[in-house]
Every structure is written in C-alpha cells, then in structure tokens.
Design a binder for this molecule. Structure first.
Ligand SMILES: [Zn+2]
Length: 582
C-alpha cells in the first residue's frame, strides 16, 4: 500500500496546485502521474495505486477553484510563480491604448511570395499586441500592383496557412483587390476638394519641377478638369504612364519624396491581368492611397511596422488631413537581420523558377514553410520576436539565436532515438550472458516509456552484431574501451571500412567512466530501419534508425542522440527526417 503521508501527499498536492494554476484551475492527472513517477522511482511498480491517489488529490485541488489555488501557491511557493512569470517576457505597453475602445492591428503582406522569417517581427508583434489588449488582429492582402509586384493566387492560401501555423490567426481578413471601388471613391473626394490632381506631365519633367518646389502645369487647374481626366482614366482612354493621380502635399517639404506623391496609375489591364479580378480595372491605387484609406476605414488603432515606412507615414498624414481623419498610433521598429538566412523575395522566387530550390519548403530557405518542415517551432519564433520587442534599433540575429529558443522547447518535448549515420557492422564477441537494455524515450520523463532490447549472445563466439557509426569506430580506436550506451563496455579489436570487431569488456557504467571510455549509440542488427536525414543545406545523410521509429507519425519532432533534433517527414518502411538543429 502506498501512503499519503511521508510527504508523498504533499508532493502530489504541490504539483497538482501548480498544474491547476497553469491550466485555468483544472489540474490534469496524467501530467502529474508522469512528474511523480519521474521523481519517485520506487513508485513505478505501484503505478495503479499511485495514479488512484493522484486522482483523488487532483479532484480535491480542482474543486478549490482558480482563485483559491492561486492564493495557496502564492503563499506557499512564491518563488515558483516568480520564476514562471519571468520566463514569459511581456511586450512593453503600447501608447495611448485608453484612447480607443479596442486595440486593432494589422499585418498586410503582398501575396507575391510566401512569407519568411523576415516577416515574423511584423506578424508576431501585431498579433501579440492585439492579443495582449484583447483587441483585433487583421490580415490585409495588399495586392494592387498586378504589374511589378504581381500577386499569385497560391500565395494567398500559403500566407493564411503560415499565419495559422505561427498561431497568429487573424480575426478578420480583407483583400485590397476587392476594395478598388472604395479607393476610387476616396480619390474622387480628394479631386473634388482640390486636394489631388491628375498629372499628365512627363515623369522626368515633373521630377525636375518638384525638386525645385515648383508646381507643374496640371496642379492648379480647376477640380472639374481633374475629375474629367479621372473619368477618362477610369474609362481606359489613357495608356500606361500617360497620367498619374497625385495627392497634394507641401511642395516645399524638406523631403522631396513627400511632395505631391503618386496615388494611382494606369496599368495595361490586358497585358497585366490581375490573378483575382482579371482585366476589370485600368486604374490601380498605389501603396499610400490604398493602405492609408484602409487603415482608417478598418479602424486600425496601432500601426506596428518597420522604420523604412516612416516616410510613408509623412505622406499619408497629408491625405489624412485632407479627409479630416486622425492618423493611428504608429510604432516603427528597427531592422531585423538574420545572418545566413535567405530573405530576398525576388531571389527566392527566381530560385524556385530556375529549379535551384525544389519547393517553397526547401531546407535552404528561411520561409515559414521550410522552417516548419525542419522542425523549427512557431513558439520559438514567437518567443524570440517577443524578446526583441518593437525597439527602434537594428538587431542582428543568427540561426544560432533561433536554435537556442527552439532547443528550450524541443529538449523536453522530443523523444530520443538512435540514428546511425554512415553505419558499419560491429560484431561483439564473448558476451557472457543475455543483456536487457532499457533506453528511456526521454531521460527526464520515464512515464513516456522505453525502447527495450534483449541482446542474446549467439554461437561459439557468444557474439551479437550492432550498427554503429563509422565516425565512432575506426582503426585509430583499436585497443580502446568504448561503452555502448546503457548496455555494456567493449574493447575494439579490429576496424575496417564496413565492419569492426570487439570483445565484451565489462558491464558497469563506472568502469567505463574510470577508463574514460567514449559513449556511443548503437542499434542491434535486425532491429533497424533505413533512414535518411535531409540536412539544412539540402544534402542527405543516409543511415539506420531504430526499427521502433516505424511507429512515429509525420510532424513528430525527435532527437537523434548525439546527432541532433529532426522532424519526421515520412515513416513507413523507411524513415525520412528533416534535420532541425544540434
Ligand atoms: Zn502635371
């Protein structure tokens, strides 16, 4: 019988309370059983009774309610709460939140490519802030350039999938090519009020004049003339490049790029049909008109974006004044560079087109699709971005930084297996008896189970054969003692390219430690399956995995001991995994 006294009951109660506080008042028996059995090895023969006791205590704890549970935890183990809080870093507060009934943010990609790590900062910050203030996060496809930044149908869906994978699903979605009439309406209002004009000047001539703060011939013509030009523009009377709609700003503005910026232009609809609306429109709004109008109409309260958009804010503020609107709060963060990551959209698209990359999830890319395939978790990306926050200075990160976040997550969630790269057959002789090896799926979570192997010595030589990595055993190791992890110690007698011979040496780990023996992983011959690992540089390492890996499901992220973390891509008679990191 197990007793509730002797501290066990108290230990269970503590774990149940902590678990309950984490799970909104409802502790889960299963995870506490795992924890207790992990700490108290002697109970593993009494799983049934232990579980019954835990179940009883969990019921008691859950009946307390979250407030009471929190009170007890705070009183008894305040240090644990402090520790848990500090692990989840909070973002600094947004400005002027009280001025708005609800915080509304937006992420607005152009669907001309898939998303990559370079977009993570915009997505995660906008999503997390909306979430933090119980607000709204909007996805807005900015697809109004069918000519130079041509949207592609498949990317709308891929972007939606990427956001779902990241755990940043939007509350609402808008597509700008559905909203062309709205931009026309606002352009007309600007024209009517004399705040915009349709400029027919040669671009070169206009540029020259604007640099000298001079008006062009069109600017001061009456609104009626411009409205008439606008109607002709919409009707398709002008060719590409002949006219442009300009919003009036300040011709003496210190930044010439702000002066009378272009808001809409003609695109040859036959030559450049839009993938969603075809050749329906001759006139397409430019970035600042569409984005500025939408931010206001969609009720965006906080624009969180890179500082390369600072000039766009200045441009749009002129338009906001024309309409009598108030510009949203704007937070401009610094550049985020990730050394070694492939982040140029045009190079990615080009590489796919010419076959350099197999697909959008080619492991050499830093697209979300590639990261997903490799086993980089969305949680790691989110934590890294939250830690960087919205600060204005530029940040340079490396893959190693991301791996460090990912490792913290995978270390406890990934089960361990053996993968033998470049395998050679090792024959061990003079094994004195039958050995049973029990290898935990996770060193700190015995409740997850073991991989069990029975090693039976065979024949006159009392031998058994194993797959080991050619890297671990070569001619230089002859005469050395080596430990087969969790099994026994051997002495290397012979080593060739495809095979090696050894003799049984001793059993205990202590002897291996005293001999400073190398610990290597192994797989019994006959209990194996072929396995290939796709590396981040797209090379493939062929090898052998434990046969038990057959039961793994695609998407499981595992750790191949002494090799690295990998995501299971396919598992049937052969295992294909994508390498994540060390
Ligand atoms: Zn002009």
């Amino acid at each position: 019988m197990i007793e509730e006294n002797g501290g066990l009951g108290e230990l269970i109660r503590k774990n149940a309370l902590l678990n309950a506080v984490k799970h909104e008042g409802k502790a889960q028996t299963g995870s506490i059983v795992g924890k207790i059995l992990g700490e108290k090895a002697e109970l593993r023969t009494k799983v049934k009774e232990t579980t019954a006791l835990i179940d009883k205590i969990v019921k008691e704890v859950n009946s307390l309610g979250l407030e009471e549970q929190k009170r007890i935890v705070e009183e008894k183990w305040p240090e644990i709460l402090v520790k848990e809080k500090s692990e989840e870093k909070r973002l600094p507060p947004l400005p002027n939140v009280d001025k708005y009934p609800q915080v509304v943010t937006r992420f607005s990609p152009n669907p001309d490519c898939v998303l990559h790590l370079g977009s993570a900062r915009a997505i995660v910050l906008c999503y997390e802030y909306a979430h933090m203030y119980k607000g709204k996060f909007i996805l807005r496809f900015e697809d109004t350039d069918p000519k130079t930044k041509r949207p592609v149908l498949e990317f709308y869906d891929r972007i939606r999938q990427d956001l779902a994978w990241l755990g940043c699903e939007p509350n609402e979605e808008y597509i700008q090519s559905d909203r062309i009439a709205i931009y026309y309406e606002h352009a007309e209002k600007l024209l009517k009020d004399g705040n915009a004009y349709v400029c027919k000047c040669q671009p070169e001539l206009f540029r020259k004049k604007v640099l000298e703060s001079m008006t062009c011939e069109c600017r001061n013509l009456p609104p009626e003339e411009h409205l008439a030009r606008w109607q002709r523009m919409l009707g398709g009377s002008y060719k590409e490049g002949e006219v442009v709609l300009r919003v009036k700003t300040d011709l003496t503005h210190p930044n010439p790029a702000v002066r009378d910026w272009p808001a809409a232009r003609v695109i040859d609809a036959k030559k450049y049909p839009h993938p969603r609306v075809g050749s329906k429109y001759y006139v397409w709004p430019l970035y600042n008109l569409a984005c500025g109008v939408d931010d206001h109409l969609l009720g965006i309260t906080h624009i969180i974006r890179g500082k390369e958009h600072l000039t766009n804010q200045v441009r749009q503020e002129f338009m906001y004044r024309h309409f009598g609107w108030k510009y949203p709060e704007a937070i401009h963060y610094g550049r985020l560079k990730i050394t070694g990551a492939y982040l140029s959209k045009s190079k990615i698209v080009q590489g796919i087109r010419d076959g350099t990359f197999k697909d959008w999830d080619d492991p050499r890319l830093a697209t979300f699709a590639a990261l997903r395939r490799r086993g980089i978790t969305p949680k790691a990306i989110k934590r890294m971005i939250t830690d960087i926050g919205p600060k204005t200075n530029d940040v340079v990160l490396s893959w190693e930084n991301l791996y460090a976040y990912n490792r913290k997550i995978l270390d406890s969630t990934s089960d361990r297996y053996f993968f033998v790269a470049n395998p050679i057959e090792l024959k061990v002789s003079r094994i004195p008896k039958e050995f049973k090896a029990k290898l935990r799926l996770h060193p700190e979570h015995p409740e997850r189970g073991d991989r069990k192997y029975i090693i039976k010595p065979n024949g006159e030589n009392k031998s058994a054969t194993f797959w080991v990595s050619g890297k671990d055993i070569d001619a230089s190791k002859i005469g050395n003692t080596i430990r087969l992890m969790e099994l026994f110690n051997i002495k290397i007698e012979n080593a060739a390219i495809y095979s090696a011979d050894a003799t049984f040496n001793s059993e205990s780990y202590e002897e291996a430690r005293n001999a400073k023996a190398q610990l290597i992983h192994w797989i019994p011959v006959g209990e194996d399956m072929p396995c290939q690992v796709v590396m981040p540089d797209a090379t493939i390492i062929e090898g052998i995995a434990e046969g038990i890996c057959k039961r793994l499901k695609p998407n499981a992220i595992i750790q191949f001991e002494r090799f690295g973390f990998a995501r299971v891509d396919k598992a049937n008679n052969e295992l294909t995994a994508y390498y994540a990191q060390k």
